[in-house]
Design a binder for this molecule. Structure first.
Ligand code: ATP
Length: 588
């Protein structure tokens, strides 16, 4: 599979597919050989017609042989294409499985960092691009290489002068192609960048349409998009302009007709000089154009494979990411006391630590709130507990085990995460609620729905719990989605609940309700809440105040206020902001 270049590496990594494609390549090559043989036999069979109307019996045998050989060539070509397409589907399936399986073993932070759009493109579009290139390229490569080579060989054996004549225009075509390819890398990069900018522009235009239209009826958005389109057009034009002349010359000499004319004239001269027979001349006319005709499609194929190489590179980038290390001898947590022991953390590639020397001990049943200015490290701290990343220094223990010594499945079963952007799956409302606890009793479900206010959402839906939720939950409001994800987390019974701005869309009434639900339904759980609205943290058992990646203070609300430090300042700002908001609301 070396012929395929970089995509060939991915093909070779799936042995079943590599075997099928090798077979397709062989069938394609044999199809090319049989095609040439069929044409040669045909030339030999019909040559006597040039001298008289009667065909000798040997011609009839040759004619039958030719038909049979051409049919066989057709059948081989069909086999090559069928096998290549089947193998490409298998490749597509194997790569998607492998990507999804690999992603499931990567640190969640790395997956989150890539973003869903980029991963979707790799798993869907790039894998598809590889499928298309491989399915089309393999049988084609076989035939496109074997056919012109076989044609030249036959010609060389039959009449070497005519073989040379068939090659006469080939160097001109090759030079033109080299000139066309000269600027390729830069031009291709410019073209690709412009094309990606247009794609991004389309997404921006569609996703941001509502916002854009409110600014200036969308004119600015259209202008930005038009500018990108113009850049794309100019990239295409500049690429075309650089290669216009060689392209035109190549169109002229790279087609079959000029070589056929040259062969006709050369054959005429050689025939009249008694150097060749009529059969040889006819054979040259029928086979001599095959080498030059194979060139242009091969160039297109190279372009195709070039694009597939970029897709393979992106697929390999994901597959080569190191997985989250799993322990050789996994340990089981005893209970769910949580301790962070002098942990520090750098994001990959960053020089500044996001967290430094953070220590924290949380007994079961503790309500812990993490507060601090933007960028102080709150979310980072929360993400290290379910091992989105491994700490750079120090350790995190759950139930007495270092979390790196627990199997990640076991660790994640101990955790329920609720993030600011609620994630809902395409399914019914009930399926969403039961996602982490499909076996939960009806009673438990109803109880949690009532406590979190989900019952009220359900009561106004005609289909109730059976209401289909569109993907990502766009049929519910932000606050409704947050209530559903909080109810889901509570139903899961996981002993550690991590909530990162999980109630940010809720109004004050529902916010209070959730706090009560947590106290009532999760008395033994550790609940870690990251909140900007400080009103939600006043009752926490411990408030951890982060400042520049360090724990600046920790304690209860009143104790921290008395310290008159970071928390007291945060509280002051929060109070001022709340009053300001209230005054504005009253004025309105
Ligand atoms: N994926 C990432 N890669 C590199 N640096 C990051 C990444 N995520 C966060 N950081 C950096 O780590 C530091 C802490 O960020 P973090 O998101 O934990 O802060 P935060 O307190 O939760 O902020 P906010 O309240 O704005 O959400 C910041 O300096 C931020 O720029």
């Amino acid at each position: 599979m070396k012929l395929l270049g970089q995509p060939g590496r991915l093909v070779a990594s799936v042995p079943k597919v590599a075997r099928s494609l090798n077979l397709a390549l062989s069938f394609g090559s044999m199809a090319g050989l049989f095609n040439v043989s069929g044409i040669a036999l045909l030339a030999w069979a019909v040559a006597p017609l040039l001298q008289g109307p009667m065909l000798p019996s040997s011609s009839l045998i040759a004619l039958c042989g030719s038909v049979l050989t051409l049919v066989l060539a057709f059948w081989l070509r069909l086999q090559a294409e069928t096998r290549a397409h089947e193998a490409s589907y298998q490749l597509e399936e194997a790569l998607r499985e492998r990507l999804v399986e690999h992603l499931s073993r990567l640190p969640l932070g790395v997956v989150q960092g890539w973003g869903s759009g980029r991963l979707r493109k790799i798993i869907q579009d790039d894998v598809k691009a590889l499928h298309v290139a491989v399915a089309d390229a393999v049988p084609f490569i076989g035939a496109s290489l074997s056919q012109p080579l076989a044609a030249l060989l036959v010609l060389a054996l039959v009449q070497w002068r005519l073989a040379l004549v068939a090659l006469l225009l080939l160097p001109v075509s090759l030079v033109c192609m080299a000139l066309m390819a000269r600027e390729n890398p830069q031009q291709r990069r410019r073209y690709n960048e412009a094309s990606e900018a247009v794609n991004a522009g389309v997404i921006e235009l569609v996703q941001g349409m509502a916002v854009m239209r409110t600014f200036d009826n969308g004119a600015a958005g259209w202008q930005r998009f038009n500018a990108r389109l113009q850049q794309f057009t100019s990239a295409v034009e500049s690429w075309m302009a650089g290669s216009k002349v060689p392209w035109k010359i190549n169109r002229l000499v790279g087609a079959a007709l000029p070589t056929a004319v040259v062969l006709m004239i050369a054959g005429f001269v050689l025939y009249h000089a008694g150097q060749i027979t009529l059969v040889q001349w006819l054979l040259a006319l029928m086979l001599g154009t095959l080498p030059i005709k194979a060139l242009e499609p091969l160039v297109h194929l190279a372009n195709y494979l070039n694009d597939a190489s970029a897709a393979s590179g992106r697929i390999e980038d994901v597959l080569m990411q190191p997985v989250l290390p799993e322990p050789q001898q996994p340990q089981q947590p005893q209970g769910h006391a949580l301790s962070l022991n002098n942990i520090s953390f750098h994001y990959p590639g960053q020089t500044q630590p996001a967290l430094s020397n953070v220590s924290l001990t949380l007994a079961p049943g503790t309500r812990c709130a993490i507060v601090g200015a933007s960028g102080s490290g709150k979310s980072t701290l929360a993400r290290l507990i379910p091992r989105f990343y491994d700490v750079t220094e120090g350790s995190i223990h759950l139930g007495g085990c270092d979390i790196r010594q627990m199997h990640s499945d076991v660790l994640l079963k101990q955790m329920a995460l609720v993030l600011q952007e609620p994630f809902l799956i395409g399914g019914t409302l009930e399926e969403n609620l039961r996602l982490a606890a499909p076996e939960a009793s009806e009673e438990a479900l109803q109880h949690i729905m009532a406590a979190t206010g989900v019952s009220e959402i359900v009561s106004v839906l005609p289909l109730g719990l059976n209401t289909p939720i569109s993907e990502r939950g766009s049929s519910l409001s932000g606050g409704q989605r947050q209530r559903v994800t909080l109810a889901r987390a509570l139903l899961s019974n996981a002993p550690v609940l991590v909530m990162d701005e999980a109630t940010s869309y809720l109004d004050a009434h529902n916010e209070q309700r959730i706090q009560q639900a947590l106290a009532q339904l999760a008395p033994d759980r550790i609940v870690i809440t990251i909140a900007h609205r400080l009103s939600t943290v006043v009752d926490a058992d411990v408030i951890v105040v982060m400042h520049q990646g360090r724990v600046a203070e920790q304690g209860r609300h009143h104790d921290l206020l008395n310290q008159n430090g970071h928390y007291a300042r945060l509280w002051q700002h929060y109070q001022l902001a709340s009053q300001w908001t209230l005054q504005r609301e009253e004025q309105v």
